[in-house]
Design a binder for this molecule. Structure first.
Ligand SMILES: C[S@@+](CC[C@H](N)C(=O)[O-])C[C@H]1O[C@@H](n2cnc3c(N)ncnc32)[C@H](O)[C@@H]1O
Length: 226
């Protein structure tokens, strides 16, 4: 029996850790819990992520979240009016996100349903996905949040972080991804990093927005830097 198991419950698709059931299932829920709390009380366009993506200047931009994960930040951006294309290469993460997104898109809650309908998910590696998606519709902003090596002991790390480290592993090609994103983004490439982590590809951003635990490195796209 493998350690991690995808289980379809009557409500949703869940990932269970057979060796450590206490930690609880991982699943995507845009209707309740943290997603709902952040949607209602997260601070709207005054959040750092909104400033980092440039929402004070860009009206309802098309954002490609090229490292979608469980879609938490894409949902925040869609809540703030962005149209978000999500790219995720891990089949397990994609399956969990696809399940959560479809439930939100079919929800009785009209607000959540219309937010989720601004989100389009693709199971693809961003190295090829960015070219394909940008041919279809150029990206105003490309958002990157690649894995960063875990610093805390795993028992202390929150459930979703632990899931990413153990099921998905590190992203060893994230430096290349920044180069590709900078070729395609019209206005910005926004990279989320732990506050004290080095920049991707050791490349200095145009500017940085720093929070308590994370920072956003902002690189200007072709329409802004010329
Ligand atoms: C730290 S997680 C992102 C978390 C996400 N921001 C959220 O809000 O849930 C990084 C994710 O990016 C995905 N990823 C990394 N490199 C990728 C690539 N080149 N193409 C597509 N997905 C990628 C990984 O599989 C992983 O699910």
């Amino acid at each position: 029996m493998s350690r991690y198991q995808l289980i379809q419950t009557p409500q949703r698709l869940e990932l269970h850790d057979a060796l450590d059931p206490k930690i609880g299932a991982v699943y995507v829920d845009f209707l309740e819990g943290k997603a709902q709390h952040r949607r209602l009380f997260g601070g709207g366009k005054s959040q750092d992520i909104a400033k980092a993506v440039g929402l004070h200047k860009l009206k309802n931009p098309h954002v490609i979240d090229a490292t979608a994960g469980l879609g938490r930040e894409s949902f925040v951006l869609a809540t703030l009016g962005c149209r978000v294309t999500l790219l995720e290469r891990s089949p397990i993460v994609h399956a969990l996100l696809d399940d959560g997104l479809k439930r939100a898109q079919a929800s009785d809650d009209e607000t959540v349903r219309s937010i989720a309908q601004r989100m389009t998910l693709h199971h693809i590696d961003a190295h090829t996905g960015l070219a394909q998606c940008c041919t279809h519709e150029p990206a105003d902003v490309i958002y990157l949040d690649p894995m960063f090596p875990e610093r805390q002991k795993s028992a202390l790390v929150q459930k979703e972080m632990r899931f990413f480290h153990e099921v998905v592993g590190d992203d060893h090609d994230d430096d290349d991804l920044l180069d590709i994103a900078c070729q395609y983004a019209k206005h910005r490439v926004t990279v989320k990093r732990p506050r004290h982590a080095p920049e991707l590809a050791n490349r200095k951003p145009a500017f940085v927005i720093s929070g308590k635990a994370v920072r956003y490195d902002v690189y200007l796209g072709k329409a802004t830097s010329q």
